[in-house]
Write a protein that binds this ligand. Structure first.
Ligand code: ADP
Length: 693
């Protein structure tokens, strides 16, 4: 290795300096020789014995020490040892330069930590070369140390940067969590608020409805009607906010139950037919025989999606018409993908607004808000519901020519074919007579709701007793028998669910007749219906409800209660019905007026399906499958009510009531009557239609 390639030591000032060599020797002539050999390349310090050398190194740290061994005061060995023991000097390379030539002397010197051992006499060139070699190593080591130092600094900086990054990430994560929590809290808040608002709204709508029944001037009637209509509009908005916030908070779950797709489409045709005719618009709901009749999915939410699209279509159309077309896309034994296409000939949407269309609270044109109203939530909810169902929604539109919304949803195929739920209002079209003197226990803690329900039932001569919570109700139920219980769900002390569970247990031990319990709930949350049924309640009314819904619900369950078996199995009593007309002509004529030309199509479709329904019901009865019987007759309940088939309605209500208890024991005669009545209804419909269509 050549010495000239080694860098000079760098002073703190940044300038290169000569290395310092400390020469420790007691002989002046030796000192002279060595000094003359090194002088040109090194800065030389001199000490004449070991103690002096130790004093010098305390003041100036030399780069290399040339150390004689035999010296007065302190010899070279001891001096070397002391320097190696002191951490400040331990790293200074020591070269012995001595007249001691024995191997043991050299071994001792090297063992003390010396880096080299030069025997005297030696030539000045050899001494210079060896010192330079050591300096070279020294400088290489220093350069390495400097690099290490720089590397270490860089590593520390990188570590610091990483730590800062991690800290930032932690802060970001915490901020994200806080934002998510805030968003959830907002959605929860909205859900709770809209839920809470429904209760007082029930009071407003209920009282307005009661007022409408009173004699009053046209002016007052207009005021009350305005209150009622505004309340209903508010309810629509609150329901939208509730749905939206439930979706945002991840609290909306979809049901998976069998339902009749055909029935759902009929229902939509029926409801929107009325809206369309009030705007003098045409409406068509179309599907062909290839569309699966029965599916498994969430009928309430499918209805909500189609209702939103149809409402918008009708809202934004002034001339022409609206159609809903349902087509099967991929159908297998287990699955069906259905496309629902809603077309209108309305004002249309410009393409640049398509992106914003499905955003929450966004109305593509603010002028439409003033003209048409709305919250801008409908399509956002629709879009999210479709996504939750793994479906797709697309839109095509042209300003001024109309819009087409297309929704594709995958469903499972249903083995059987009947909807779990009935139409919108309980017992649509059910005879609404409440037997006089029926005794009803009303369990409700809210005085306004209490007043509303009392007011609603006031014209009916029922015996109404109130209990302000579940515990009080149980006390009353233990002492007296009631024909029916109306049970609020959330109450202080004991809620409706707990009260109903205890009441059902009481009934079991006393072998009493099962008393119908109707839940009154402001809860519109997913799973509330199941929760009510699981607690032993028979049905539920969602607040706010209208008088006709309450009265029909009570009438329905009181009429069923007549046929009700005890909790223990007894044959079902069937009331004689043969003397009555199968069709309520007044009711069917009303429907005909409402539906216009569509009436015949709808009525025929229903009639055409009757033999099939009858066959499926007969098979379920034959198989003694109570659940299947329930599924089969459940939709027949609302449809027979809808079409004024009063006798059939009563019979299926009784059969369904029994089937829901899980056993068909004692129903043979009743089942036969139902099948017979379906045939009678079929013939009665034919007779009715002859000469009319
Ligand atoms: P809103 O409750 O305001 O109707 P939506 O989310 O249902 O809220 O609709 C958002 C906006 O999209 C509407 O305000 C309207 O501007 C536009 N829109 C939706 N459907 C139609 C349609 N069929 N024809 C024209 N514009 C529509």
């Amino acid at each position: 290795m050549e010495s000239h390639s080694v860098a000079m030591p760098i002073e703190e000032s940044g300038e290169a300096r000569k290395s310092i060599v400390l020469l420790v020797d007691d002989q002046p002539e030796n000192i002279d020789i060595i000094r003359s050999a090194l002088d040109e390349h090194f800065q030389i310090l001199v000490a004449t014995h070991g103690v002096k050398a130790l004093q010098v190194v305390r003041r100036v740290v030399p780069d290399i020490i040339l150390l004689d061994i035999m010296m007065p005061v302190m010899d070279g060995y001891e001096t070397c040892q002391r320097m190696k023991e002191d951490p400040r000097t331990a790293m200074i390379p020591v070269i012995f330069l001595t007249a001691k030539t024995e191997f043991e002397d050299e071994a001792r010197g090297l063992a003390l930590g010396a880096i080299d051992y030069i025997r005297k006499p030696s030539s000045p060139q050899i001494i210079l070369a060896r010192v330079k070699n050591i300096e070279h190593l020294l400088l290489a080591r220093r350069a390495l140390e400097l690099k290490n130092h720089a590397l270490e600094n860089a590593r520390l900086k990188a570590e610091e940067a990483l730590e800062r990054l991690a800290e930032n990430e932690r802060d970001l994560h915490a901020a994200m969590l806080a934002a998510e929590r805030a968003n959830m809290a907002k959605s929860e808040f909205l859900a709770v608020m809209s839920h809470e608002i429904r209760t007082p709204l029930n009071g407003i709508l209920g009282m307005a409805e009661l007022l409408m029944d009173l004699e009053m001037s046209d002016e007052y009637r207009l005021y009350v009607e305005t209150i009622r209509r505004s309340g209903e509009n508010l309810l629509v908005i609150i329901n939208d906010i509730l749905d939206f916030s439930k979706i945002e908070a991840g609290r909306l779950e979809l049901e998976e139950i069998p339902f009749s797709l055909w029935g759902l489409l009929d229902e939509l045709q029926f409801i929107f037919g009325q809206v369309a005719s009030s705007k003098e618009l045409a409406i068509r709901v179309e599907h062909d025989g290839l569309l699966p009749r029965d599916l498994i999915g969430d009928p309430v939410r499918v209805r909500q999606i189609l209702t939103n699209l149809l409402s918008n279509a009708l809202k934004f159309t002034e001339f022409g018409g609206v159609s809903l077309q349902a087509e099967p896309l991929k159908v297998s034994a287990d699955h069906a993908r259905i496309a629902f296409v809603v077309r209108d000939t309305g004002i249309g949407i410009s393409p640049e607004n398509f992106d914003r269309l499905f955003d929450a609270f966004s109305q593509v044109d603010s002028s439409t808000t003033r003209k048409f109203g709305g919250t801008g939530l409908g399509l956002s909810i629709t879009n999210r519901l479709v996504q939750m169902m793994d479906g797709e929604i697309t839109v095509r539109s042209q300003l001024g020519s109309g819009s087409t919304f297309r929704v594709e949803i995958p469903f499972k195929m249903a083995r059987s074919s009947l909807p779990e739920r009935e139409g919108a209002a309980p017992g649509d079209g059910v005879p609404t007579e409440i037997p006089a003197n029926a005794s009803i226990l009303l369990v409700e803690d809210d005085p306004i709701n209490l007043a509303v329900i009392k007011g609603m039932l006031q014209p009916y001569r029922v015996r109404l007793e109130a209990a302000q919570n579940g515990r009080v109700a149980l006390g009353k139920l233990a002492k007296s028998t009631f024909d029916l219980v109306l049970m609020d769900c959330l109450m202080p002390e004991m809620d409706g669910y707990a009260a109903c569970r205890e009441f059902r247990a009481m009934e079991l031990t006393s072998r009493a007749l099962r008393t119908p319990v109707i839940a009154l709930t402001a809860n519109a949350m997913q799973g509330d219906r199941e929760k009510c049924l699981a607690a032993g309640m028979d049905d539920y009314l969602s607040k706010p409800f209208k008088r006709h819904a309450l009265v029909e619900m009570i009438a329905l369950w009181l009429s069923q209660a007549k046929c009700q078996t005890a909790v223990v199995t007894q044959p079902v009593a069937v009331e004689p019905t043969c003397a009555r007309e199968p069709i309520d002509r007044e009711k069917i004529q009303e429907l005909q007026e409402d539906l216009g030309d569509d009436f015949f199509k709808v009525f025929r479709t229903f009639q055409t399906g009757l033999p099939d329904r009858s066959a499926r019901l007969a098979a379920a009865i034959q198989a003694n499958d109570a659940n299947q019987v329930h599924m089969e007759v459940h939709s027949l309940k609302s449809l027979s009510a809808q079409f004024g088939l009063v006798v059939l309605r009563e019979l299926v209500v009784a059969l369904d009531n029994k089937a829901r208890s899980g056993s068909l024991e004692g129903t043979a005669e009743l089942a036969e009557r139902v099948l017979e009545e379906i045939r009678t209804a079929d013939m009665a419909i034919s007779a009715y239609l002859v000469g009319r269509s």
